[in-house]
Design a binder for this molecule. Structure first.
Ligand SMILES: *Cc1c(COP(=O)(O)O)cnc(C)c1O
Length: 342
């Protein structure tokens, strides 16, 4: 576990209260009955964080804001889709740490309804005091963000820019940390997880978990990801690059290859942020059997993939799986139309 100390030299602000719990979904297992094939379904509750509604981006923001503060920045400029959880949690984390925040929201999903453009995460971005730049279709969020940073510099300030999902090598350190946290918890509860299950969007979470697993001497293919943003092949290439960039940042010689990563494209449906009926069904199943919330863009699709892999015995019957619940429930309100059809 000494490799955990590799993270100590990176500036970090604490945004979590401590380790997030690991819990078993007993009721869901009962409801699934024979369909669960004897698989034990556990969750890593990364939706359970006190700040800003919680979610996986807070782990990345601990290191990203750490970096921003160490560089003397007083403004954070982030980009994302209109319903970006990263933007919401950046806004909340800035409120907590005293930074100014600007969120640049791109039209990544063809959803024009008021609930999508103004409710859910966007509503919260504003409540957390961020300046919201809601871009038009075709506008380049990265270019806009860099433009804001130079305007801020021209006015004598200093901005730190974090684009899409905060999945830089520094941001991914948050999930290297999480990988070690899971190792410790797994020893404490006496369960060796056969597989970890995650959604892969901008890839930083998956990349961080894979890097952490390799550092802990584990097999990276035991982390199964469902891509929700790019097709599987592109997602594998991008994630490999991110994992290796994390090793470089840590000064480690490890390398992973595409064949070692488990990334599946079957849940992508019509693309990023596009609802699928399996996603709606998974959210509804977890809601009515556990009283827990998955989100429509990431967790709902990944959980649908998990259910399908369990039923088809792609996941070995009788194994222990750990599904990472990543938060994102504000996004549910932006998809009321898709979800109310259940
Ligand atoms: C961003 C996000 C993910 C995916 O994490 P990446 O690092 O972008 O792959 C999963 N779930 C939720 C709720 C998210 O907001």
């Amino acid at each position: 576990m000494s490799d955990w100390n590799l993270l100590n030299r990176f500036p970090r602000v604490r945004l979590l209260n401590g380790p997030t719990p690991i819990q078993r979904l007993d009721r869901l297992e009962q409801v699934l009955g024979e369909r669960r094939r004897g698989v034990s379904i556990w969750t890593k509750r990364d939706d359970l964080m006190e700040l800003g509604g919680g979610g996986n981006k807070l782990r990345k923001l601990e290191f990203l804001i750490g970096q921003a503060l160490s560089e003397g920045c007083e403004t954070l400029v982030v980009t994302g889709g209109v319903q970006s959880n990263f933007a919401r949690l950046a806004a909340a984390a800035c409120a907590r740490t005293g930074l100014a925040c600007e969120v640049v929201l791109a039209q990544m999903v063809p959803r024009v309804a008021e609930i999508y453009q103004a409710n859910g995460n966007v509503l919260l971005d504003r409540l957390f005091g961020a300046r919201v730049h809601l871009l038009h279709t075709g506008d380049d969020a990265g270019a806009f963000a860099r433009g804001r940073a130079s305007d801020i510099a021209a006015a004598g300030g200093k901005a730190f820019v974090a684009t899409l999902g905060g999945s830089t090598p520094v941001g991914a350190l948050g999930y290297v940390d999480c990988a070690f946290e899971v190792e410790v918890q797994s020893t404490e509860i006496g369960i060796a997880f056969d597989q970890m299950i995650v959604p892969n969007g901008s890839g930083g979470m998956h990349a961080g978990l894979v890097a952490g697993a390799v550092l802990a001497g584990k097999d990276p293919s035991k982390i199964k990801a469902y891509t929700v943003l790019s097709p599987a092949e592109a997602c594998i290439a991008a994630t490999v690059e991110k994992v290796n960039a994390v090793f470089d940042l840590l000064g480690e010689k490890h390398r992973v290859r595409g064949e070692e990563l488990a990334i599946e494209g079957a849940q992508l449906g019509g693309g990023y942020g596009m609802p699928t009926s399996d996603m709606v069904e998974a959210i509804s199943l977890v809601g009515r059997s556990e009283g827990l919330l998955l989100d429509p863009v990431y967790g709902g699709k990944a959980f649908a993939g998990l259910l399908s892999d369990i039923e088809n015995e792609v996941i070995a019957p009788g194994s222990n799986v750990l599904f990472v619940m990543t938060g994102g429930s504000p996004g549910l309100y932006a998809y009321a139309d898709a979800l109310s059809s259940t």
